[in-house]
Design a protein around this ligand. Sequence first.
Ligand code: DX5
Ligand code: ZN
Length: 226
Amino acid sequence: MTFKTSPSLLAADFLHLESEIRRAEAAGADMLHCDVMDGVYVPNISFGFFIIRQIAKITSLPLDVHMMTACPQNYLDVLKNAGAASVTLHSDVMPMDELIETLKKIREMGMKAAVSLRPKCPASDVFPCVPYVDMILVMTVEPGFGGQKFMHDMMPKVAELRAYLDEHKPECEIQVDGGVAPDTVAECAKAGASNFVVGTASFRAPDMGEALRGIVKTAEDAVKEI
Ligand code: DX5
Ligand code: ZN
């Protein structure tokens, strides 16, 4: 299994964003996680497309855009123009038929598509989306803020999803987001996650390279034990 890290810019020092991105590149990040929040879908407001556009101009790391907004379908053109490599939508933000149409459109536009489950949503909520996505995000905190406590009770959902994907779409990745750190990543990997969003435990670690390498090594060791 190949493990990937996606440092969450929410934990970066925004006064020095360019050097923070260089730090993530030097640390071996596979992508950069951009959390877009609108104060409606989640009780917080972060940054938007203008910032993503500026980031895309200075890095070749793929931008993994996590949309925590109402009406994400209204922003697909602007996301494409801003340089998003992948777009993650939440499963409970619109009815299933619209969600599938939006995921299809994201792919037609040349971006990767992903769907996310917030903690209260069961794995089965995204089964109908599986043919249309490259990745499924399982939130391991309530979306809205960085630095929250990892929810261990999300692991059975990751395992259920992995079992479903192994049967229907083995190449589909599971991403986990929220409180992912050296002491929580082993259980994520064992449950079947392979893509780790890491905010606090990457940008706020004493050495980001060491932190990301440690996370990947811990995940590799954890699955060897199975
Ligand atoms: C929370 C965001 C996360 C957040 C993770 O709603 O989706 O991406 O930045 O931060 P940590 O790793 O600090 O929990
Ligand atoms: Zn996120």
